[in-house]
Structure formats: C-alpha cells, structure tokens
Ligand binder design. Structure first.
Ligand SMILES: Cc1cc2nc3c(=O)[nH]c(=O)nc-3n(C[C@H](O)[C@H](O)[C@H](O)COP(=O)(O)OP(=O)(O)OC[C@H]3O[C@@H](n4cnc5c(N)ncnc54)[C@H](O)[C@@H]3O)c2cc1C
Length: 575
C-alpha cells in the first residue's frame, strides 16, 4: 500500500498551490499530487483573461471592500460573505507571491503589474499575462512542486474515496499506462479535481472536466452544495464552443445582433458588454430566441451573435488578446482584425461543489466536518461565487483557498495518526468493479450514451429552466442511466484502456447531472445563473439559502444551509 502524509487529487492551480504551501510550512511532510492528466495539462492551463486583485496599479480608487461588494452582488447575494472577505483581502498578497515565484504578468510602462476591466467588476483590477494567464501561473506552480520534492503521480485515475465512519482514510487509483491498481492511505486527502463542463454538450472545458471528484464525494454519502448554479459563458466560439475570453470585452469589444445593434443597451445599460456573465448569457439567448441571431451567410435568425473587435485595431488585438485572435482564425476561419467573431453561450464553470469551511475542510452537514478530508478550487464550494461567479475570481479562489487549505492541512496532519484500512478489501472491490465493466455484454456504445446524456442536460437544464422541462429531463435521465448500464467496451486490456476511463467518467457525469437537475427543480426561484420561466423572481424569503444534496442509489435528498450575511444586505441586483 502506498502511504503519504497528504494526498492531493488534482494538479491544477488549486491542488498545486496547496501542495506548495504544505511543503513550505513543513518540509518534512510527504506530499503526493495525483492527476489523471499530466498536472500541466489540467484545465487551469487554459485560463485566459486573468485573476482579480485590488493592487490599485491602474485604479487607485479600488479597495478590497469594493471587490467584496462586486463579488457578493455578482453572486446574487448567495455567496458566504466571510469567505468573500478572505478572498478579496488576501488577493493582492497571493498575486505578489506568484510574481515572486516567477509568474510573468503583463506590465504597465512603469513596470508594475497591469490590470484590466472585467465583467461585473466596478474597477480595473484583473491582473493578466496577455490572454494566457492560466498557462503562466500553472507552469510556475508545477515547477515549484518539483523544487519542493512533491511526489507526482501523473496519469493515474482516482476511482474511489475511502471514507469510514466519517473519516477520510485514503483512495483507490489505477495507473492509466498499465492498469496497475493501488490503495493509498494518508492522514489527509484533498480533492482539487476541477469542474464538470462535460456534463453538457457545448463547453469551454477540457475533456477531463468530468466531475469525478464531485461524484466520488457524493457516492461516499457526503453532500454537494448549490449544484444547480451552472455558469454559461456568454462568448463561446461558434460552433466549437471553446472560450473567447471575457478579456476581449474587457479590452472593449462589442456584442452585435443581426440588426447591427449593440443589444446590451437593452439589458444592462450601465455596464453594457461588461455586465456579469449570467445577465450577458441570458441577453444573447433572448436575442437568438427573438430571431436576431446571425447565420454564417449573414442572414438573420441564426445560432450566434457577433463579437466585434475591429475598432480596437490590429496592434491592441495582437498584443492584448492574441490567443482570442488565433482561436477565431484557427477554429472559425475568422480574421478578427477585419471580421466579427461568431459567439454564443457555452457551459463554463461550476459555482457549486463539495461544501467546505474557510479552511478547506469538507462539511458532512451544515454543522459537521469530515475528518481528514479537504477540497479547494472549482470542485469545492466555500461559496465565494454564490449563484454567479465574476470572471477572474476563480483563478483567485484557487490560489487563495489552495494556499489556505494547504496551510490548514499542514497543521492538521501534525495531530493525526496514519489511519488503518483494509487494503485487500478495497483492492478487490475496485478490481471487481473494473472487471464487471470490461466483461459487460452490453448493446450501447459509450460515446452514444454520453451524447444523449449531454443533449438531455443541455436541453432540459440550460439557460432557461422550468418545472415541466426539468421533470422531463429527470425522467429522460433515469432512462439513460439504465442505458448506461448496458454499454460495452471493445478494449478488454489493461494498457492505456481509455475506453475504461470513459466508462468510469460517464458514471461520474451522470451522477453529477442528476444532482444538478434535482437541485434546480427544487429551487423555485430565479437567482444568478439559475433562471426559471415559472418562477421569474428572486425569492429571498424562501430561497436565500444553500442547497445541500445527498445522493444515494435510492434517490437524492435535498436540504438547505444558511448563507453567511455579515456585511452587505441583499438588494435588488441591477446593472
Ligand atoms: C477556457 C477557460 C478559461 C478560463 N479563464 C479563466 C480566467 O481567465 N480567470 C479565472 O479566474 N478563471 C478562468 N477559468 C476558470 C478557471 O480556470 C478554473 O475554474 C480553475 O482553473 C480550476 O482549477 P482547479 O485547480 O480547481 O482544477 P483544474 O485545473 O481543472 O484541475 C483538475 C485536476 O484534477 C485532476 N483530476 C480530475 N479527476 C481526476 C481523477 N478521477 N483522478 C485523478 N485526477 C483527476 C485533473 O487531472 C487535473 O489535474 C477558465 C476556465 C476555462 C475552461
């Protein structure tokens, strides 16, 4: 059996930042980072636009309080305000620390870190490295993992969290290269497994964003929080769905419909294209529904709107948003210097996740904590984003809460003995589970069931939702779950069996999808990204509370948890 003081699942920004903090705090601890990709291929590497922090390099009137207010307002008042205060107060410090690690941020002419505008932020506070910010940060963090001697298990797939009587003890994983299975035990287990964009059919996320950490946590009987809040990014490139960064609008791009109108004027006159994402995505969806989308041949009534940067000029485009130009050119054949970019909303981010306190320790209930289990980053819900995340607050969350969780773990493991567990029991169970999948004499292909499932989630739990739609979605989903039990695998071998991984990931996706739909059906109001046609108003009297959804094979139970409101009283959210 493999043993480490700490095992972290996920080598993205949250997992890597936590590992660095643990190593810095107590160099004698044995730390492992496990990832099903290479850490450098974690989705964090694709982050583009930047990371918010009130450095006040460009806008001296900015303050952490203003950042906190923007975040809470952006969240439609569902964020926990104690967690937001930590996020925004610690932001400048973590950016400077990254700079000291060697991250090459873009600069002002006087050499200080440059900052740009971003949706929902009232000041220019987003620090960036052109439009490749995630790449710049993750490379330095992963270099630091090596420098601190962190053990890296890359291309190992974690398939189970070991939880016994309310205590996390370790996990089960297998090496993708040869199928070798291992039980790992540890004094602390941390999940930093990222998002679940692949639950839907059009997403900006990478292929690995399948919500495995969420599914393993739910399958162990622990709750997931606020999963109904799914972020649509307004500007996915049509038709690929990949992201055209919000930095493009931060630099001044216009959104234009088939009438040539800057339609945001009708939806958010004070912020225009820099309104928060939920509002901008709904505005685009309304334009498309109203027949004011564009077709590829220029006719009205099509499936996308235009994102126009032509007025910015070649030099700004090539120096500030070169990646957006390159993506449009490579994937849509558009030269953004002379043509508008076709865009429409794409699934982007998970506001909900594994409930944690502000030290990153996982909650078992509104008041209980799980021993030995921590989480941070997109997979966690400390609730700084509530019902809608502001752009450039997620990289920030990964680094602030990655660091805090790392510090908390370094202290926590000092008092904890290595847990006992029955290795052969867990090995046998995992081997049987994998063998059963391989031996299954099914009739359906994985890709076909996955596509039907993704289409179902997109159609019945998309930008606009209603009781009838979602009930239909849940019924379809139950039927698809039966179908998923009859998939067959062509590859029966152990070497790089990617089909086996797809089968396991399909199970994660479906479990997560059912929890999203159930939470959404139960929340009878519209708040942030959750927009219902049958309950069009926010309902603070009944729903100013966090959802906790508990999964069991018999069904999903939903209960609620209070929101921490200690600074900003809820107001009507207008821009
Ligand atoms: C295209 C794009 C652009 C973005 N731009 C920005 C931006 O400009 N600013 C901003 O603030 N946010 C941005 N975001 C959001 C932000 O990048 C992510 O929320 C954040 O990087 C998530 O980091 P993470 O560490 O939580 O997870 P990830 O970086 O997604 O890493 C997850 C890790 O978990 C591992 N893993 C998952 N499941 C398993 C398993 N079963 N076994 C083993 N390992 C597993 C993966 O291999 C990976 O290493 C963007 C997101 C996208 C998709």
């Amino acid at each position: 059996m493999i043993e480490h003081d700490v095992v972290i699942v996920g080598g993205g920004l949250a997992g890597s930042r936590a590992a660095v903090e643990i190593a810095r705090t107590d160099p004698s601890l044995s730390i492992a980072v496990i990832a099903k990709t290479h850490p450098i291929r974690s989705h964090s590497v694709a982050a583009q636009g930047g990371m918010a922090a009130t450095l006040r390099n460009v806008d001296e009137a900015d303050s952490w309080e203003a950042h906190a207010f923007d975040t809470v307002k952006g969240s439609d008042y569902l964020a926990d305000q104690d967690a937001v205060e930590i996020l925004t107060r610690e932001a400048p410090e973590v950016v400077i620390d990254l700079e000291h690690m060697g991250v090459l941020f873009s600069r002002l002419p006087d050499g200080r870190i440059a900052q740009r505008a971003f949706g929902g932020h009232s000041h220019k506070r987003t620090c960036y490295a052109a439009d490749k910010t995630g790449h710049a940060i993750l490379h330095e963090l992963v270099n630091n993992l090596r420098r601190y001697g962190v053990a890296i298990y890359d291309e190992w797939y974690v398939m189970r969290l070991i939880l016994e009587s309310g205590q996390a003890k370790g996990l089960v994983m297998f090496r993708i290269r040869d199928g070798q299975m291992q039980v790992v035990r540890a004094k602390a287990v941390m999940f930093a497994t990222g998002g679940y964009g692949r639950v839907f059919n059009t997403t900006s996320n990478d292929y690995a964003s399948t919500g495995d950490g969420l599914a393993m946590t739910a399958a162990a009987g622990l709750p997931l929080e606020d999963m109904e809040f799914v972020q649509f990014h307004p500007t996915g490139l049509y038709p690929a769905g990949v992201l055209i960064s919000e930095a493009v609008r931060g630099e001044g791009a216009y959104l234009i419909n088939s009438d040539g109108e800057r339609f945001m004027e009708r939806y958010a006159p004070s912020r225009m294209e820099l309104a928060p994402r939920d509002i901008t995505s709904r505005a685009i969806a309304c334009e498309l529904r109203g027949g004011r989308g564009v077709h590829l041949d220029g006719r009205a009534g099509g499936p996308f709107v235009h994102l126009d940067v032509r007025h910015l000029g070649r030099e700004t485009i090539m120096s500030r948003i070169p990646f957006a130009w390159e993506e449009s050119h490579r994937l849509a054949g558009v030269d953004a210097v002379v043509e508008p970019i076709p865009v429409r909303p794409t699934i982007h981010y998970s506001m909900g996740g594994i409930p944690v306190n502000t030290e990153g320790q996982v909650r078992s209930s509104p008041t209980g904590l799980v021993e030995g289990f921590f989480a941070a980053g997109e997979t966690a819900c400390v609730s700084v984003h509530g019902a809608n995340r502001l752009g450039s607050n997620s990289l920030l969350e990964c680094v602030v809460y990655g660091r805090r969780t790392g510090a908390a773990i370094a202290e926590y493991v000092q008092k904890r003995v290595m847990p006992d567990l029955d290795e052969s029991y867990y090995l046998t169970q995992a081997q049987q589970q994998v063998q059963a999948l391989i031996d299954q004499s099914g009739v359906h292909r994985i890709a076909q069931v996955r596509q039907e499932f993704q289409d179902c989630m997109t159609e019945y739990c998309g930008v606009f939702r209603s009781q009838a739609l979602m009930q239909q979605g849940l019924d379809n989903l139950r039927r698809l779950r039966q179908k998923a039990e009859q998939v067959y695998l062509d590859d029966k071998g152990k070497l790089f069996n990617t089909e086996l991984i797809e089968a396991l990931e399909l199970q994660s996706l479906m479990l997560v999808g059912e929890i999203i739909l159930t939470g959404a059906l139960n929340r009878q109001e519209s708040r942030g990204a959750h927009s219902r046609e049958d309950f069009t108003e926010r309902d603070d009297a009944n729903f100013l509370k966090h959802t906790l959804a508990y999964y069991s094979p018999a069904g999903i139970e939903v209960s609620y948890m209070p929101v921490v409101i200690n600074r900003f009283e809820p107001q009507e959210r207008k821009y």
